[in-house]
Design a protein around this ligand. Structure first.
Ligand code: UD1
Ligand code: CA
Length: 475
Protein backbone atom coordinates (compact mmCIF):
# COMPACT_ATOMS: atom_id res chain seq x y z
CA UNK A 1 0.00 0.00 0.00
CA UNK A 2 1.49 3.27 -1.09
CA UNK A 3 0.35 6.69 -0.02
CA UNK A 4 0.63 10.25 -1.06
CA UNK A 5 3.81 11.65 0.51
CA UNK A 6 2.84 15.23 -0.25
CA UNK A 7 -0.18 15.00 1.98
CA UNK A 8 1.95 13.89 4.94
CA UNK A 9 3.70 16.55 6.97
CA UNK A 10 7.05 15.71 8.48
CA UNK A 11 9.13 17.49 11.12
CA UNK A 12 12.78 16.81 11.89
CA UNK A 13 13.91 16.98 15.51
CA UNK A 14 17.65 16.95 16.17
CA UNK A 15 18.63 16.01 19.71
CA UNK A 16 21.47 18.26 20.78
CA UNK A 17 20.91 19.06 24.44
CA UNK A 18 23.33 16.59 26.02
CA UNK A 19 26.54 17.62 27.72
CA UNK A 20 28.80 15.12 26.05
CA UNK A 21 30.57 14.13 29.26
CA UNK A 22 32.86 11.75 27.41
CA UNK A 23 34.36 14.68 25.42
CA UNK A 24 35.87 16.17 28.60
CA UNK A 25 35.27 19.66 27.30
CA UNK A 26 33.60 22.91 28.32
CA UNK A 27 32.06 23.10 24.88
CA UNK A 28 28.75 21.30 24.37
CA UNK A 29 29.30 18.16 22.33
CA UNK A 30 27.28 19.24 19.30
CA UNK A 31 29.59 22.26 18.89
CA UNK A 32 32.74 20.12 18.83
CA UNK A 33 34.43 20.61 15.47
CA UNK A 34 34.34 17.92 12.81
CA UNK A 35 36.34 19.14 9.79
CA UNK A 36 35.97 22.59 11.34
CA UNK A 37 32.15 22.56 11.34
CA UNK A 38 30.25 21.93 14.57
CA UNK A 39 28.83 18.41 14.84
CA UNK A 40 25.26 19.70 14.67
CA UNK A 41 25.94 21.21 11.24
CA UNK A 42 25.85 17.71 9.74
CA UNK A 43 22.38 16.42 10.68
CA UNK A 44 20.86 19.80 9.79
CA UNK A 45 22.60 19.77 6.42
CA UNK A 46 21.64 16.15 5.73
CA UNK A 47 17.99 16.89 6.55
CA UNK A 48 18.00 19.96 4.32
CA UNK A 49 19.73 18.08 1.47
CA UNK A 50 17.10 15.36 1.80
CA UNK A 51 14.52 18.06 1.11
CA UNK A 52 13.19 18.18 4.66
CA UNK A 53 12.61 21.79 5.62
CA UNK A 54 10.85 21.75 9.01
CA UNK A 55 13.80 21.34 11.32
CA UNK A 56 14.10 21.97 15.05
CA UNK A 57 17.18 21.53 17.20
CA UNK A 58 16.69 20.60 20.82
CA UNK A 59 19.22 22.43 22.98
CA UNK A 60 19.97 22.29 26.69
CA UNK A 61 23.48 21.97 28.09
CA UNK A 62 25.09 25.36 27.30
CA UNK A 63 22.15 25.79 24.97
CA UNK A 64 22.81 29.52 24.60
CA UNK A 65 26.01 28.70 22.69
CA UNK A 66 24.21 26.23 20.44
CA UNK A 67 21.34 28.62 19.91
CA UNK A 68 23.61 31.49 18.88
CA UNK A 69 25.42 29.22 16.41
CA UNK A 70 22.06 28.22 14.90
CA UNK A 71 20.89 31.83 14.68
CA UNK A 72 24.14 32.91 12.97
CA UNK A 73 24.47 30.06 10.50
CA UNK A 74 21.01 28.68 9.70
CA UNK A 75 17.79 30.18 8.50
CA UNK A 76 14.46 28.77 9.62
CA UNK A 77 15.78 26.28 12.12
CA UNK A 78 13.59 26.24 15.23
CA UNK A 79 15.12 25.96 18.66
CA UNK A 80 13.44 23.93 21.40
CA UNK A 81 14.75 23.91 24.98
CA UNK A 82 15.28 20.95 27.26
CA UNK A 83 16.62 22.68 30.35
CA UNK A 84 17.19 19.50 32.31
CA UNK A 85 18.69 16.58 30.39
CA UNK A 86 17.00 13.44 31.58
CA UNK A 87 17.62 11.31 28.51
CA UNK A 88 16.65 11.03 24.86
CA UNK A 89 13.08 9.98 25.71
CA UNK A 90 12.66 13.02 27.92
CA UNK A 91 14.14 15.13 25.13
CA UNK A 92 11.46 14.07 22.66
CA UNK A 93 8.78 14.43 25.33
CA UNK A 94 9.61 18.07 26.12
CA UNK A 95 9.57 18.89 22.41
CA UNK A 96 6.03 17.56 21.97
CA UNK A 97 4.52 21.03 21.58
CA UNK A 98 6.77 21.52 18.59
CA UNK A 99 6.18 18.18 16.86
CA UNK A 100 2.51 17.56 17.61
CA UNK A 101 1.59 19.71 14.61
CA UNK A 102 3.12 17.19 12.17
CA UNK A 103 1.90 13.78 10.97
CA UNK A 104 5.40 12.31 11.22
CA UNK A 105 8.56 13.03 13.16
CA UNK A 106 12.10 12.19 12.11
CA UNK A 107 14.34 12.14 15.18
CA UNK A 108 18.10 12.41 14.65
CA UNK A 109 20.69 12.16 17.37
CA UNK A 110 22.79 15.30 17.03
CA UNK A 111 25.98 13.25 17.38
CA UNK A 112 25.56 10.98 14.35
CA UNK A 113 27.13 13.24 11.73
CA UNK A 114 27.88 10.92 8.81
CA UNK A 115 24.30 10.02 7.87
CA UNK A 116 23.85 10.71 4.17
CA UNK A 117 20.87 12.67 2.87
CA UNK A 118 20.08 9.74 0.53
CA UNK A 119 19.84 7.48 3.56
CA UNK A 120 17.33 9.85 5.16
CA UNK A 121 15.23 10.17 2.04
CA UNK A 122 15.39 6.38 1.61
CA UNK A 123 14.10 6.00 5.15
CA UNK A 124 11.27 8.44 4.46
CA UNK A 125 10.31 6.70 1.20
CA UNK A 126 10.30 3.22 2.74
CA UNK A 127 8.31 4.47 5.70
CA UNK A 128 5.64 6.01 3.50
CA UNK A 129 5.47 2.86 1.36
CA UNK A 130 5.11 0.40 4.22
CA UNK A 131 3.33 2.72 6.65
CA UNK A 132 4.47 1.25 9.96
CA UNK A 133 4.08 3.34 13.12
CA UNK A 134 7.85 3.64 13.36
CA UNK A 135 10.89 3.02 11.16
CA UNK A 136 14.42 3.24 12.43
CA UNK A 137 17.93 2.69 11.12
CA UNK A 138 20.15 -0.09 12.34
CA UNK A 139 23.47 -1.42 11.11
CA UNK A 140 25.66 -4.43 11.66
CA UNK A 141 29.03 -3.58 13.14
CA UNK A 142 32.15 -5.42 14.31
CA UNK A 143 32.34 -3.40 17.48
CA UNK A 144 28.90 -2.65 18.94
CA UNK A 145 30.32 -1.44 22.26
CA UNK A 146 28.42 1.54 23.64
CA UNK A 147 25.48 1.32 21.26
CA UNK A 148 21.94 0.15 21.88
CA UNK A 149 21.51 -3.43 20.58
CA UNK A 150 18.60 -4.39 18.36
CA UNK A 151 16.95 -7.46 19.88
CA UNK A 152 14.77 -9.36 17.39
CA UNK A 153 11.91 -11.01 19.22
CA UNK A 154 10.29 -14.36 18.47
CA UNK A 155 6.92 -12.73 17.78
CA UNK A 156 8.47 -10.63 15.00
CA UNK A 157 8.68 -7.59 17.23
CA UNK A 158 11.83 -5.72 18.14
CA UNK A 159 13.30 -4.19 21.27
CA UNK A 160 16.35 -2.03 21.87
CA UNK A 161 18.50 -2.67 24.87
CA UNK A 162 21.14 -0.16 25.89
CA UNK A 163 24.76 -1.24 26.23
CA UNK A 164 24.76 -0.64 29.99
CA UNK A 165 21.55 -2.63 30.50
CA UNK A 166 22.30 -5.51 28.16
CA UNK A 167 22.43 -9.07 29.45
CA UNK A 168 25.31 -11.38 28.52
CA UNK A 169 23.64 -12.80 25.42
CA UNK A 170 22.33 -9.38 24.34
CA UNK A 171 25.74 -7.75 24.59
CA UNK A 172 26.97 -10.09 21.84
CA UNK A 173 24.39 -8.81 19.36
CA UNK A 174 26.11 -6.78 16.67
CA UNK A 175 23.06 -5.13 15.14
CA UNK A 176 22.93 -1.65 16.68
CA UNK A 177 20.47 1.22 16.91
CA UNK A 178 21.77 4.23 14.95
CA UNK A 179 19.71 6.91 16.67
CA UNK A 180 17.68 7.78 13.55
CA UNK A 181 13.94 7.19 13.90
CA UNK A 182 10.83 8.08 11.94
CA UNK A 183 7.64 8.00 14.01
CA UNK A 184 4.01 8.51 13.26
CA UNK A 185 3.28 11.36 15.65
CA UNK A 186 0.03 9.78 16.66
CA UNK A 187 1.72 6.59 17.89
CA UNK A 188 4.61 8.50 19.40
CA UNK A 189 2.35 10.76 21.42
CA UNK A 190 0.69 7.72 22.99
CA UNK A 191 3.89 5.96 24.08
CA UNK A 192 6.29 8.82 24.82
CA UNK A 193 4.68 9.78 28.10
CA UNK A 194 4.80 6.17 29.29
CA UNK A 195 8.58 5.81 28.99
CA UNK A 196 10.07 5.10 32.41
CA UNK A 197 13.56 5.48 33.83
CA UNK A 198 14.16 2.18 35.60
CA UNK A 199 17.47 1.38 33.94
CA UNK A 200 21.20 1.51 34.54
CA UNK A 201 21.43 5.26 33.95
CA UNK A 202 18.11 6.30 35.45
CA UNK A 203 17.30 8.10 32.19
CA UNK A 204 14.27 8.19 29.96
CA UNK A 205 15.34 6.23 26.87
CA UNK A 206 13.79 7.09 23.52
CA UNK A 207 14.60 3.58 22.19
CA UNK A 208 12.16 2.17 24.76
CA UNK A 209 9.33 3.53 22.59
CA UNK A 210 10.21 0.99 19.89
CA UNK A 211 9.10 -2.03 21.86
CA UNK A 212 6.14 -0.11 23.29
CA UNK A 213 4.93 0.65 19.78
CA UNK A 214 5.35 -3.02 18.78
CA UNK A 215 3.27 -4.07 21.77
CA UNK A 216 0.42 -1.61 21.44
CA UNK A 217 0.33 0.65 18.44
CA UNK A 218 1.44 -1.47 15.50
CA UNK A 219 4.41 -2.23 13.29
CA UNK A 220 7.99 -1.15 13.57
CA UNK A 221 10.16 -1.39 10.49
CA UNK A 222 13.92 -1.75 10.95
CA UNK A 223 15.97 -0.51 8.02
CA UNK A 224 19.44 -1.99 8.01
CA UNK A 225 22.04 0.39 6.64
CA UNK A 226 24.79 -1.34 4.63
CA UNK A 227 27.59 0.98 5.60
CA UNK A 228 28.15 0.90 9.35
CA UNK A 229 30.61 3.80 9.16
CA UNK A 230 27.77 6.07 8.10
CA UNK A 231 26.09 5.62 11.46
CA UNK A 232 29.04 6.13 13.78
CA UNK A 233 28.02 8.03 16.89
CA UNK A 234 30.47 10.59 18.23
CA UNK A 235 30.99 10.38 21.98
CA UNK A 236 34.73 10.73 22.54
CA UNK A 237 37.62 12.70 21.01
CA UNK A 238 38.72 9.42 19.40
CA UNK A 239 35.29 9.10 17.73
CA UNK A 240 35.72 12.66 16.46
CA UNK A 241 39.04 11.79 14.83
CA UNK A 242 37.66 8.60 13.30
CA UNK A 243 34.56 10.27 11.87
CA UNK A 244 36.74 13.11 10.56
CA UNK A 245 38.95 10.66 8.67
CA UNK A 246 35.94 8.82 7.28
CA UNK A 247 34.18 12.01 6.22
CA UNK A 248 37.35 13.41 4.68
CA UNK A 249 37.81 10.22 2.68
CA UNK A 250 34.23 10.48 1.48
CA UNK A 251 34.56 14.16 0.50
CA UNK A 252 37.92 13.66 -1.23
CA UNK A 253 36.62 10.66 -3.14
CA UNK A 254 33.62 12.68 -4.33
CA UNK A 255 35.74 15.60 -5.54
CA UNK A 256 38.38 13.40 -7.18
CA UNK A 257 35.70 11.61 -9.18
CA UNK A 258 34.81 15.05 -10.56
CA UNK A 259 38.32 16.06 -11.54
CA UNK A 260 40.22 17.15 -8.43
CA UNK A 261 43.87 16.08 -8.65
CA UNK A 262 45.49 15.10 -5.42
CA UNK A 263 48.71 13.19 -4.90
CA UNK A 264 47.91 12.02 -1.39
CA UNK A 265 44.26 12.29 -0.32
CA UNK A 266 45.07 10.75 3.05
CA UNK A 267 47.09 13.82 4.10
CA UNK A 268 44.85 16.34 2.36
CA UNK A 269 42.03 17.71 4.50
CA UNK A 270 39.00 19.60 3.33
CA UNK A 271 35.83 20.79 5.01
CA UNK A 272 32.32 20.06 3.78
CA UNK A 273 31.78 23.57 2.41
CA UNK A 274 34.78 23.54 0.07
CA UNK A 275 34.01 23.59 -3.66
CA UNK A 276 36.18 22.79 -6.67
CA UNK A 277 35.80 23.44 -10.37
CA UNK A 278 37.32 20.81 -12.60
CA UNK A 279 41.05 20.27 -12.71
CA UNK A 280 42.24 21.79 -9.46
CA UNK A 281 45.44 20.32 -7.95
CA UNK A 282 46.33 19.89 -4.31
CA UNK A 283 49.72 18.78 -3.04
CA UNK A 284 50.16 16.62 0.08
CA UNK A 285 49.49 18.14 3.49
CA UNK A 286 47.06 20.79 2.25
CA UNK A 287 44.16 21.83 4.52
CA UNK A 288 41.19 23.79 3.20
CA UNK A 289 38.42 24.87 5.53
CA UNK A 290 35.34 27.02 5.78
CA UNK A 291 33.52 28.34 2.75
CA UNK A 292 36.22 28.09 0.10
CA UNK A 293 36.09 27.71 -3.66
CA UNK A 294 38.63 26.96 -6.36
CA UNK A 295 38.38 27.76 -10.05
CA UNK A 296 39.71 25.74 -12.96
CA UNK A 297 43.42 24.94 -13.03
CA UNK A 298 44.18 26.59 -9.72
CA UNK A 299 46.54 24.76 -7.39
CA UNK A 300 47.67 24.68 -3.79
CA UNK A 301 51.19 23.68 -2.75
CA UNK A 302 52.25 21.33 0.00
CA UNK A 303 51.41 22.07 3.64
CA UNK A 304 49.39 25.19 2.93
CA UNK A 305 46.33 25.95 5.06
CA UNK A 306 43.45 27.93 3.55
CA UNK A 307 40.28 29.07 5.28
CA UNK A 308 37.44 30.95 3.57
CA UNK A 309 39.41 31.51 0.40
CA UNK A 310 38.26 32.00 -3.18
CA UNK A 311 41.03 31.19 -5.65
CA UNK A 312 40.59 32.29 -9.27
CA UNK A 313 41.41 30.42 -12.45
CA UNK A 314 45.01 29.32 -12.91
CA UNK A 315 46.08 30.95 -9.64
CA UNK A 316 48.76 29.23 -7.62
CA UNK A 317 49.32 29.06 -3.90
CA UNK A 318 52.84 27.77 -3.33
CA UNK A 319 53.89 25.55 -0.45
CA UNK A 320 53.67 26.46 3.23
CA UNK A 321 51.30 29.39 2.90
CA UNK A 322 48.57 30.24 5.40
CA UNK A 323 45.61 32.17 4.00
CA UNK A 324 42.30 33.17 5.50
CA UNK A 325 39.41 35.33 4.32
CA UNK A 326 40.87 36.11 0.92
CA UNK A 327 39.33 36.68 -2.47
CA UNK A 328 42.00 36.03 -5.09
CA UNK A 329 41.53 36.71 -8.80
CA UNK A 330 42.78 34.74 -11.80
CA UNK A 331 46.45 34.09 -12.67
CA UNK A 332 47.62 35.24 -9.26
CA UNK A 333 50.52 33.72 -7.33
CA UNK A 334 51.10 33.48 -3.61
CA UNK A 335 53.98 32.16 -1.52
CA UNK A 336 55.82 30.01 -0.72
CA UNK A 337 55.75 30.95 2.97
CA UNK A 338 53.16 33.72 2.66
CA UNK A 339 50.58 34.64 5.27
CA UNK A 340 47.36 36.39 4.21
CA UNK A 341 44.61 37.22 6.69
CA UNK A 342 41.73 39.52 7.56
CA UNK A 343 39.81 40.42 4.38
CA UNK A 344 42.35 40.31 1.60
CA UNK A 345 41.48 41.14 -2.00
CA UNK A 346 43.91 40.29 -4.80
CA UNK A 347 43.28 41.26 -8.42
CA UNK A 348 44.06 39.20 -11.50
CA UNK A 349 47.73 38.51 -12.00
CA UNK A 350 48.72 39.96 -8.62
CA UNK A 351 51.66 38.37 -6.85
CA UNK A 352 52.54 37.90 -3.21
CA UNK A 353 55.94 36.29 -2.82
CA UNK A 354 58.14 34.66 -0.25
CA UNK A 355 57.86 35.58 3.44
CA UNK A 356 55.22 38.25 2.94
CA UNK A 357 52.46 38.98 5.43
CA UNK A 358 49.36 40.66 4.04
CA UNK A 359 46.59 41.76 6.36
CA UNK A 360 43.27 43.45 5.60
CA UNK A 361 44.55 44.83 2.30
CA UNK A 362 43.80 45.17 -1.37
CA UNK A 363 46.42 44.28 -3.97
CA UNK A 364 45.09 45.36 -7.35
CA UNK A 365 45.55 43.70 -10.72
CA UNK A 366 49.15 42.95 -11.64
CA UNK A 367 50.61 44.47 -8.45
CA UNK A 368 53.51 42.63 -6.84
CA UNK A 369 54.87 42.22 -3.33
CA UNK A 370 57.56 39.67 -4.10
CA UNK A 371 59.70 39.40 -0.93
CA UNK A 372 59.82 39.87 2.85
CA UNK A 373 57.17 42.50 3.50
CA UNK A 374 54.43 43.39 5.96
CA UNK A 375 51.47 45.01 4.22
CA UNK A 376 48.64 45.78 6.64
CA UNK A 377 45.53 47.97 6.22
CA UNK A 378 46.77 49.03 2.80
CA UNK A 379 45.67 49.46 -0.78
CA UNK A 380 48.16 48.82 -3.53
CA UNK A 381 47.22 50.06 -7.00
CA UNK A 382 47.43 48.04 -10.20
CA UNK A 383 50.84 47.34 -11.66
CA UNK A 384 52.71 48.65 -8.64
CA UNK A 385 55.87 46.89 -7.49
CA UNK A 386 56.74 46.81 -3.80
CA UNK A 387 60.44 46.34 -3.05
CA UNK A 388 61.75 43.73 -0.65
CA UNK A 389 61.47 44.49 3.03
CA UNK A 390 58.77 47.15 2.70
CA UNK A 391 56.57 47.67 5.74
CA UNK A 392 53.38 49.58 6.30
CA UNK A 393 53.67 50.94 9.83
CA UNK A 394 49.93 50.77 10.43
CA UNK A 395 49.86 50.97 14.22
CA UNK A 396 50.83 54.06 16.19
CA UNK A 397 50.56 52.33 19.53
CA UNK A 398 46.90 53.23 19.87
CA UNK A 399 45.08 53.06 16.54
CA UNK A 400 45.43 51.34 13.19
CA UNK A 401 45.78 53.55 10.10
CA UNK A 402 45.64 52.96 6.36
CA UNK A 403 48.26 53.26 3.64
CA UNK A 404 47.19 53.96 0.09
CA UNK A 405 49.60 53.42 -2.77
CA UNK A 406 48.58 54.33 -6.34
CA UNK A 407 48.96 52.48 -9.63
CA UNK A 408 52.21 51.74 -11.45
CA UNK A 409 54.37 52.88 -8.55
CA UNK A 410 57.86 51.71 -7.78
CA UNK A 411 58.46 51.33 -4.08
CA UNK A 412 62.15 50.97 -3.26
CA UNK A 413 63.33 48.17 -1.01
CA UNK A 414 62.95 48.65 2.72
CA UNK A 415 60.51 51.55 2.51
CA UNK A 416 58.54 52.29 5.70
CA UNK A 417 55.11 53.81 5.15
CA UNK A 418 54.11 55.51 8.41
CA UNK A 419 50.31 55.43 8.15
CA UNK A 420 48.07 57.25 7.58
CA UNK A 421 49.89 58.09 4.39
CA UNK A 422 49.27 57.89 0.67
CA UNK A 423 51.17 57.85 -2.55
CA UNK A 424 49.86 58.93 -5.97
CA UNK A 425 50.10 57.04 -9.26
CA UNK A 426 53.42 56.53 -11.07
CA UNK A 427 55.30 57.58 -7.93
CA UNK A 428 58.48 56.10 -6.49
CA UNK A 429 60.28 55.89 -3.20
CA UNK A 430 64.00 55.56 -2.75
CA UNK A 431 65.19 52.43 -0.99
CA UNK A 432 65.30 52.71 2.78
CA UNK A 433 62.94 55.69 2.93
CA UNK A 434 60.68 56.38 5.86
CA UNK A 435 57.59 57.91 4.28
CA UNK A 436 55.64 60.08 6.70
CA UNK A 437 54.08 62.52 4.23
CA UNK A 438 51.91 61.92 1.17
CA UNK A 439 53.81 61.42 -2.09
CA UNK A 440 52.36 63.24 -5.15
CA UNK A 441 51.67 61.59 -8.53
CA UNK A 442 54.83 60.91 -10.48
CA UNK A 443 57.23 62.04 -7.72
CA UNK A 444 60.23 60.29 -6.20
CA UNK A 445 60.24 60.47 -2.42
CA UNK A 446 63.60 60.17 -0.68
CA UNK A 447 63.46 60.17 3.10
CA UNK A 448 66.67 58.95 4.63
CA UNK A 449 69.94 60.51 5.85
CA UNK A 450 72.51 61.26 3.21
CA UNK A 451 75.46 58.88 3.13
CA UNK A 452 78.88 60.16 4.21
CA UNK A 453 82.21 58.37 3.77
CA UNK A 454 85.38 58.70 5.84
CA UNK A 455 88.26 58.49 3.45
CA UNK A 456 91.22 56.26 4.18
CA UNK A 457 89.49 54.54 7.13
CA UNK A 458 91.40 51.34 6.56
CA UNK A 459 94.81 53.00 6.87
CA UNK A 460 94.14 55.39 9.82
CA UNK A 461 96.45 53.57 12.33
CA UNK A 462 95.72 55.90 15.29
CA UNK A 463 92.03 55.26 15.28
CA UNK A 464 92.40 51.57 14.71
CA UNK A 465 94.89 51.11 17.58
CA UNK A 466 92.56 52.89 19.95
CA UNK A 467 89.84 50.59 18.87
CA UNK A 468 91.98 47.53 19.53
CA UNK A 469 92.94 48.86 23.03
CA UNK A 470 89.37 49.31 24.14
CA UNK A 471 88.52 45.85 22.85
CA UNK A 472 91.47 44.27 24.70
CA UNK A 473 93.31 43.02 21.68
CA UNK A 474 97.12 42.43 22.13
CA UNK A 475 99.20 44.22 19.55
C1 UD1 B 1 21.96 6.63 21.92
C2 UD1 B 1 20.89 5.54 21.99
C3 UD1 B 1 21.50 4.22 21.54
C4 UD1 B 1 22.09 4.35 20.15
C5 UD1 B 1 23.08 5.51 20.08
C6 UD1 B 1 23.46 5.76 18.64
C7 UD1 B 1 19.46 6.24 23.84
C8 UD1 B 1 19.06 5.99 25.23
N1 UD1 B 1 20.42 5.44 23.34
O1 UD1 B 1 22.95 6.29 22.87
O2 UD1 B 1 20.50 3.20 21.53
O3 UD1 B 1 22.74 3.14 19.79
O4 UD1 B 1 22.49 6.72 20.59
O5 UD1 B 1 24.49 6.68 18.53
O6 UD1 B 1 18.91 7.10 23.18
N2 UD1 B 1 20.43 14.18 24.21
C9 UD1 B 1 19.55 15.20 24.49
N3 UD1 B 1 18.96 15.25 25.71
C10 UD1 B 1 19.18 14.32 26.68
C11 UD1 B 1 20.09 13.27 26.39
C12 UD1 B 1 20.69 13.22 25.14
O7 UD1 B 1 19.30 16.07 23.66
O8 UD1 B 1 18.58 14.43 27.76
C13 UD1 B 1 21.07 14.15 22.88
C14 UD1 B 1 22.59 14.21 22.95
O9 UD1 B 1 23.01 15.56 22.87
C15 UD1 B 1 23.01 13.39 21.75
C16 UD1 B 1 21.86 12.42 21.51
O10 UD1 B 1 20.77 12.91 22.26
O11 UD1 B 1 23.17 14.20 20.60
C17 UD1 B 1 22.21 11.00 21.96
O12 UD1 B 1 22.56 11.01 23.32
P1 UD1 B 1 23.76 10.14 23.89
O13 UD1 B 1 23.83 10.34 25.35
O14 UD1 B 1 24.98 10.37 23.11
O15 UD1 B 1 23.21 8.66 23.59
P2 UD1 B 1 24.06 7.34 23.41
O16 UD1 B 1 24.50 6.86 24.74
O17 UD1 B 1 25.10 7.53 22.39
CA1 CA C 1 25.85 9.25 21.33
Amino acid sequence: MSMNIESQSLGVLILAAGKGTRMHSEKPKVLQALLEEPLVYYPIKAARDAGLSDVAVLVGHRGDMVESYLKDEWENVDVVWQSEQLGTGHAVMVAMDWWSKFDNLLVLNGDVPLVRPETLSGLVDKHFNLRPQCSFLSTITDDPTGYGRVVRLADGGVRIVEDKDALDDEIKINEINAGVYLFSCEALSVVISQVGRKNALGEYYLPDTIHMICETEGDVNVIICEDDRELMGVNTPLDLAETARELNRRLMRGHMMKGLKCLDPSTTWIGPRVEFDEDVSLEPGVQIWGRSSFSNESSVGAYSTLRNVRLGERSVVHAHSVISDADIGADAAIGPFACLRGEVLMGNGAKIGRFVELKNSVVAEGAKVPHLSYIGDAEIGSGTNIGAGTITCNYDGRDKHRTKIGSDCFVGSDTMFVAPVSMGDNASTAAGSVITRDVPNGALAIARSRQSSIDGWHDRKDIREKYDETHGKES
